[in-house]
Write a protein that binds this ligand. Structure first.
Ligand SMILES: Cc1cc2nc3c(=O)[nH]c(=O)nc-3n(C[C@H](O)[C@H](O)[C@H](O)COP(=O)(O)OP(=O)(O)OC[C@H]3O[C@@H](n4cnc5c(N)ncnc54)[C@H](O)[C@@H]3O)c2cc1C
Length: 389
């Protein structure tokens, strides 16, 4: 019997394996992944410093234990190099493998922009536990004068940039955040909520550099102070020991595109999560969902729904994916936020119904989204029910 092959050992890959095993205990499953296959909660990467957790402590279940529990053959440290949809074969750094069905759970890549300067290649980004281990080692290293509080410049005041800024500032580091917009989470939050977050993080010690971008990163020519000189597009400069780029993610479509699968913002899948080729499916940060109006949804909750639907289809019960309402919690304890964003391009406006609560009202007078801040975040259930009413 040919196996179901899953590419990727992130939340999407492992959750699909687990959900499939609940329905089918006999079909062989081969999980192929470029990393070591350990299971971890990626959201914990942006709140680990304040909790004093090391990269090793973030592994929830080691790869071998995952493989044993879910009766999966694991090929770790193995890159899938090509897919042949006509022959139903994948080519990997460890040989060729035939599949009955193939699941692409290959995730996304951190977006990088060109930066000038002789230390531009020292800029880090974090989208995996391995990335985090490198970042953590640099932050925790004892270089520089004694009692020197590391200064970290974060590029991007989006969701991940703000979470890292909160985490690092809470853990006692000096943090600066650079963003071309005029406030944090400008694309997601109503202005007042963004300003409230800006104030809460400033109270924690975060310095904001709005309306500009990082132009160059150079080694500091002086003997003293942080190792890097960061030049901003508005002509000003700041110093840093580490620069972290958190300007967004782009679905990793390279493998799918080379195999001739339809790709756009992500790997295009229909409501049953099938790609443009039969027997090949995709989910997770790499997928562009018909069930979400052609959007990518790089969050945990969509992966859980998608994995359950896909597992049923793979087990012989064709299942259409319907996403529930999926509010996102922003892990900024300085000002906790929950957001249920309206669909992109939807006409309407944010109105503040009461302090700490904003509702997105469409032109027909219907609620299409909400934002809750501070103690009001406990009201997500009530607001979700109102939206669905
Ligand atoms: C710092 C951070 C904080 C976050 N916080 C939240 C949060 O609070 N709430 C929330 O909902 N979401 C959050 N997210 C998003 C969420 O974590 C992701 O949506 C989710 O983890 C993506 O899982 P995935 O399996 O699709 O992709 P990934 O975890 O990226 O997994 C991709 C896998 O594919 C493998 N792979 C790729 N290409 C190949 C190849 N060619 N051959 C073999 N293997 C390959 C990789 O090795 C990896 O194992 C956060 C993300 C980050 C970065």
């Amino acid at each position: 019997m040919q196996p179901v092959i899953i590419i990727g050992a992130g939340l999407a890959g492992w959750t699909t394996a687990r959900e499939f095993r609940k329905l089918d205990i006999s079909t062989p499953v081969l999980l192929i992944t470029a990393d070591n296959g350990d299971f971890y909660a990626k959201p914990s990467l942006s709140n680990a410093f304040a909790q004093g957790r090391t990269p090793a402590q973030l592994v929830s279940t080691p790869a071998a234990k995952m493989a044993q529990t879910h009766n999966v053959t694991l090929l770790a440290h193995t890159q899938v190099q090509a897919i042949d949809p006509a022959r139903c074969v994948v080519t990997t750094s460890g040989g060729d493998f035939a599949y009955r069905d193939l699941v692409l759970a290959t995730g996304a890549q951190a977006i990088r922009v060109p930066i000038a300067g002789n230390a531009a290649n020292s800029v880090l980004s974090v989208n995996s536990l391995q990335d985090f281990a490198v970042f953590h080692a640099r932050v925790a290293s004892r270089d520089g004068p004694q009692n020197h509080r590391k200064h970290i410049v974060v590029m991007g005041a989006g969701l991940i940039g703000c979470e890292f800024a909160n985490d690092l500032a809470s853990a006692g580091y000096q943090v600066g955040v650079v963003d071309p917009a005029g406030r944090p989470l400008a694309a997601l939050l109503p202005a007042q909520a963004g300003e409230a977050l800006q104030g809460a993080l400033a109270d924690l010690g975060v310095t904001w550099y709005f309306g500009c971008t990082v132009r160059a990163v150079d080694r500091n020519p002086g003997e003293d102070g942080p190792a890097l000189q960061v030049s901003l597009s508005n002509g000003s400069q700041t110093h840093a020991d580490i620069v972290l780029s958190a300007i967004g993610l782009r679905a990793d479509t390279a493998l799918a595109q080379a195999a001739g699968l339809a790709c756009n913002r992500g790997i295009v899948v229909d409501t049953a999560l099938q790609t443009s080729a039969p027997h090949i499916y995709a989910l997770g940060d790499g997928a562009q969902y018909a069930s979400a109006g052609g959007r990518t949804l790089p969050f945990v909750m969509p992966i859980m729904s998608a994995a359950r639907a896909l597992a049923a289809t793979l087990a012989g019960h064709p299942t259409e994916l319907a996403f529930p309402l999926m509010p996102v919690t922003i892990k900024t304890p300085a000002l906790p936020i929950v957001i249920a964003a309206p669909a992109p391009g939807l006409e309407g406006q944010w109105t503040r119904s009461e302090p700490g609560l904003w509702q997105f009202m469409g032109t027909q007078g219907l609620r299409h989204g909400f934002v809750l801040t501070g103690k009001h975040t406990t009201r997500r259930g009530e607001q979700a029910r109102l939206m669905l009413a």
